[in-house]
Design a protein around this ligand. Structure first.
Ligand code: ATP
Ligand code: MG
Length: 326
């Protein structure tokens, strides 16, 4: 197949970005030094694909990125592809499940054959390909869910088989998957990936730098906004916040500025910033809340089970008493 035809097929389920179409820039990413290094190394290995092949080494160049939402998994993947001049194919399993049923499901396995062929052709032009599978957990979840209809399960298995064949096939291709529900993945899913890369929440210094970075951006956009802040104090308040939460904080200040009647200086002091933080809410807190929800669901379930067994016991006692009286 010609490269244009392969592209047409792949575009049915994926987005393809060439390096110059990627907006994300590595210079805008704060921290994540080890994560940057490992991803770059894998891509360099893909560029040296012929050497791997000659050495007879396994060509599975893959990484599973995991961590809370908003910590830079997608951002870093895209930025690295731009920096390292690779083609980026983004596939989102949920979009396949939502919109492609019936006949189209059968085409899923040919998608992976097309991606392999496409990667080979692009490599001949000097560019390795990165396949990015976001929401990877949705594959594992759909497969495990017993209520799921058969067709969907078959589609998920087809996708997993396709990923497998690409990982162990001989293609100059890097596979990066991302999840923020890592606890739902079984070890069969983990072991497929060469690297498991954790993306933590930012530490104090990183939060400080991220806050500074977005603040400067805001002041450049709108010189009327004056951030009269003690950055150490605010950074302390941002413990458990993701970079994305910090960006939301700064964005919400801009939104407030837009609806304020004055177009003179708009001063944000510590007190104002701290009260805004309360309305932003940090990722760690969100995760704790959702875990609490899960725990209380479990407590209710346990209580239901317990109360059932108590009533069963009572019934047994009544039966015993009746028998004794006879
Ligand atoms: N290390 C970072 N430095 C600067 N900004 C960051 C960083 N990490 C995340 N951001 C900001 O947070 C936004 C969201 O990040 P991203 O989409 O990469 O999160 P994610 O980890 O992929 O989340 P999800 O699991 O929800 O997909 C970015 O667009 C960027 O504005
Ligand atoms: Mg993401």
């Amino acid at each position: 197949m010609k490269i244009e035809d392969l592209e047409k097929e792949i575009l049915k389920y994926c987005i393809i970005r060439s390096p110059d179409e990627i907006k994300e820039n590595i210079s805008e990413i704060i921290g994540l030094e080890i994560q940057k290094k490992i991803l770059q190394n894998i891509i360099v290995a893909a560029k040296n694909f012929s050497k791997l092949e000659k050495a007879g080494l396994n060509s599975n160049l893959s990484a599973l990125l995991y961590g809370f939402p908003g910590v830079g998994k997608t951002l870093l993947t895209r930025a690295i592809c731009r920096k390292k001049n690779t083609i980026l194919i983004e596939i989102q399993p949920s979009t396949i499940f939502e919109s492609h049923f019936g006949e189209t499901l059968k085409n899923i396995n040919s998608l992976f054959t097309h991606i392999g062929e496409y990667a080979n052709l692009r490599f001949k032009e000097g560019k390795p390909t990165v396949l990015f599978i976001d929401e990877f957990d949705s594959l594992a979840r759909e497969r495990a869910d017993p209520t799921e209809i058969g067709e969907m399960k078959r589609a998920v298995n087809e996708l997993l088989r396709g990923i497998d064949s690409l990982m162990y096939g001989v293609h100059p291709l890097v596979i990066i998957a991302a999840t923020n529900h890592e606890s739902t993945l079984d070890s069969a899913a983990w072991r497929r990936f060469l690297y498991h890369i954790h993306f933590p929440l930012p530490d104090f210094k990183e939060r400080f730098d991220i806050l500074k970075y977005f603040s400067k951006k805001l002041e450049n956009i709108e010189p009327n906004i004056v951030l009269d802040l003690d950055f150490n104090v605010i950074t302390k308040q941002l413990e458990g916040f993701s970079p994305s939460d910090i960006e939301r904080l700064v964005r919400s200040i801009y939104i407030e500025y837009l609806s304020s009647p004055t177009r003179d200086k708009f001063i944000i002091d510590n007190e104002k910033a701290v009260s805004t933080i309360l309305y932003i809410g940090g990722t760690q807190k969100h995760m704790e809340l959702s875990n609490l929800d899960k725990q209380s669901e479990k407590v209710i379930q346990d209580q239901e089970t317990k109360s059932l067994s108590i009533s069963d016991l009572l019934k047994q006692e009544i039966e015993k008493t009746k028998k004794g009286k006879r």
